[in-house]
Design a protein around this ligand. Structure first.
Ligand code: CUA
Length: 318
């Protein structure tokens, strides 16, 4: 199972290609910079002590040096070589990451950025969910690449799960692609990495990497039509919630907000702002603007009784 939560989004602990190649490149760059820093600092400190003004020497100018071919060649050639090495290494990683042709059996997922949540579609399976991307783990005997198509319906966002891959922007009217190949099961946290408005910081994302059998089970559970016949379903369908949210098989077909067909199967509410519990569900419906100020869900001004009913109905959507 995917019980492990990798809660610290640590770029120094990559657990997927391409995050691994980005990590090795950054270690090379860091090492080169450290050597440069050490050499410059050593020469500076040596100079500070070696060329201090001797005691009693007030008005004599130090010897002036006008040009030295050896030194000038050295400080031109060495930095040029360093820059060439670093740009070659960078170009190699960039082409490795961007030009890789995904295998034919890659899992295709479409991620659509919204202010401020993630719509996630699996076109091949007819599955639609939000804020939690489930993917199968990639192992040596069963490699599995996931290809993400990134879109946006409003402003520019950026998909970033540090332990899995680098950032890629979601641009309106310009689909981007990126791929991940996670090697370890567990839940990986990520976030939007491009300022996209008031709740940019609360546009959180989870990638749940699971064994292929668990992934298949999850897909099957999401493909089921939503639970029908709950006593409070009628009330919910009469509210304007349905103009923004969809529940499969019902008159609720809104597309502005997250799909609610299996809302209780998700770990968080409001794109990661709080755990998805029965109590938090009520809080979210009652005062979405105090939980996540500025988000596009208005306060519906429900009576306590309606609140009970909506809460009970949504809790039945497993
Ligand atoms: Cu979406 Cu920042």
């Amino acid at each position: 199972m995917s019980g492990v939560v990798h809660s610290v989004a640590n770029i120094f602990r990559p657990l997927s290609t391409p995050a691994e190649s980005i990590y090795s490149l950054s270690i090379l760059v860091l090492a080169v910079c450290l050597v440069i820093f050490a050499v410059v600092a050593a020469i500076l400190i040596y100079t500070l002590f070696r060329f201090r003004r001797p005691p009693g020497d007030f008005d004599r100018e130090p010897p002036q040096v006008y040009g030295s071919n050896q030194i000038e060649i050295a400080w031109t050639v060495i930095p040029v070589l360093i820059v060439v090495v670093l740009s070659m290494a960078t170009a190699r990683v960039i082409s490795e990451v961007q030009n890789k042709l995904p295998p034919a059996d890659a899992l295709q997922v479409t991620v659509v950025g919204h202010q401020w949540w993630w719509e996630i579609r699996y076109p091949a399976f007819g599955v639609l969910t939000a804020n939690e991307l489930h993917v199968p783990v990639s192992t040596a005997d069963r490699p599995q690449t996931t290809l993400l198509r990134l879109e946006s319906v409003d402003v520019a966002h950026s998909f970033w799960v540090p332990q899995l891959a680098g950032k890629t922007d979601l641009i309106p009217n310009h689909p981007n692609t990126m791929w991940i190949e996670p090697k370890v099961e567990g839940t990986f946290v990520g976030n939007c990495a491009e300022f996209c408005g008031l709740q940019h910081a609360n546009m959180l994302l989870r990638v749940i990497v699971e064994a292929p059998a668990d992934f298949d089970r999850w897909i099957a559970s999401q493909q089921r039509p939503a639970e029908r016949g709950h006593p409070d379903e009628r009330l919910f369908m009469s509210l304007s919630c349905v103009s923004c949210h969809a529940v499969s098989g019902t008159p609720a077909t809104g597309i502005f907000g997250p799909d609610l067909s299996h809302v209780m199967s998700r770990q968080t509410l409001g794109a990661g702002v709080m755990p998805n519990t029965f109590e938090n569900l009520r809080r979210w419906i009652r005062e979405p603007q105090s939980v996540k100020p500025g988000n596009l869900m208005p306060n519906m001004q429900l009576s306590d009784r309606e609140l009970d009913q909506v809460q009970a109905y949504l809790a039945s959507l497993k």
